[in-house]
Write a protein that binds this ligand. Structure first.
Ligand SMILES: NC(=O)c1ccc[n+]([C@@H]2O[C@H](COP(=O)([O-])OP(=O)(O)OC[C@H]3O[C@@H](n4cnc5c(N)ncnc54)[C@H](O)[C@@H]3O)[C@@H](O)[C@H]2O)c1
Length: 288
């Protein structure tokens, strides 16, 4: 259903790899709401993934750009303004990647070159997007920039590894840049802290299926889907949220304010019974 919330607005959406991607759903919803937009992803992702297919569906173009590369970002904003016929009203940063997670490095045994890459791709790229946009004066007054985060920025989650540090930095960049961009040009900057969602990036997290189940049992409203995340993005891109900035906003069915739910407790009790009666492998996972 369309509310025409983005009628006449122009946007750039990073990170639509395949139909599971949160960015994919956000691009579809933004288009339904009347926006015109360009898509972008790395050249490799565009070869391996389906970004181009989405561009055709939405009657637009996909522009290759590595979000850690300032020249690429410069070209991306210039080309987008040319194609869309003016300055940008909204940007979605939907990018995350950790080589330490991919290679299953334990958090107490990180590869620091990988850590640099995690932070650069998953967080510093957000600063680069904002800095490039500001220098080009590419975003209209009351424009809106959103990045996607996860609650591991505030609380520790087994298996989320150095992505937790990246998300903490990402949220901090939203606040620090939000002040500057807000004062100068009335551009608002927020992060959405999303429930675990079955996507290519999400499924890379150790124990993802169990995390998904745990979050579902803990959240009074259940996990937020990728489609529901896209809906929330649309509200933040729209003029209905003009004074919302520098916030980390939870789209998680209530998970972040829960301590323990009956559903999660019941499942935990089954595990306790298993440990006592069958002998669990507790020793092996002492430090996990
Ligand atoms: N899936 C989840 O459980 C979950 C939960 C909370 C937050 N998030 C966040 O949502 C965002 C989107 O992830 P997703 O779950 O849709 O997975 P996804 O794998 O579909 O999207 C991640 C995207 O990042 C892109 N990317 C990686 N390196 C890049 C680079 N250098 N430059 C430009 N793009 C690059 C990938 O090509 C891909 O399109 C990420 O920030 C992720 O951390 C995901």
């Amino acid at each position: 259903m369309s509310y025409h919330l983005l009628q006449g607005k122009k946007g750039i959406i990073f990170g639509a790899l395949n139909p599971d991607s949160i960015a994919w759903k956000a691009a579809e919803r933004a288009s339904e709401e009347g926006a015109t937009l360009t898509l972008t992803n790395t050249a490799v992702a565009m070869r391996m993934g389906e970004t181009q297919k989405l561009a055709e569906k939405l009657n637009t173009i996909a522009i290759p750009a590595d979000a850690t590369n300032l020249d690429d970002l410069n070209q991306l904003f210039l080309k987008s303004m040319e194609v869309l016929g003016g300055k940008i009203d909204f940007v979605l940063h939907s990018i995350g990647m950790s080589p330490n997670v991919r290679k299953e490095r334990h958090y107490s045994d990180l590869d620091y070159n990988y850590l640099e890459k995690t932070l650069n791709v998953s967080a510093v790229s957000f600063h680069k997007v904002l800095q490039t946009a500001r220098k080009l004066d590419a975003i209209n007054e009351w424009g809106s920039v959103v990045a996607l985060s996860y609650v591991a920025a505030q609380r520790t989650f087994f298996g989320y590894n150095d992505m937790a540090d990246a998300k903490a930095l990402l949220e901090s960049i939203a606040r620090s840049f939000g002040y500057i961009y807000g004062r100068e040009r009335r551009v608002r900057i927020n992060t959405i802290s999303q429930s675990p969602t079955p996507t290519t990036a999400g499924s890379g997290v150790k124990g993802f299926d169990r995390l998904l189940d745990f979050a579902e049992r803990m959240s009074p409203l259940g996990n937020a889907t990728a489609e529901e995340c896209a809906d929330y993005c649309i509200t933040l891109f729209s003029d209905l949220t003009k004074k919302v900035t520098m916030q980390n906003l939870f789209n998680d069915g209530g998970f972040s304010n829960m301590g323990m739910s009956l559903r999660a407790l019941q499942q935990y009790e089954k595990g306790l019974f298993y440990d006592e009666e069958c002998g669990g492998d507790a020793e092996k996972h002492r430090y996990d």
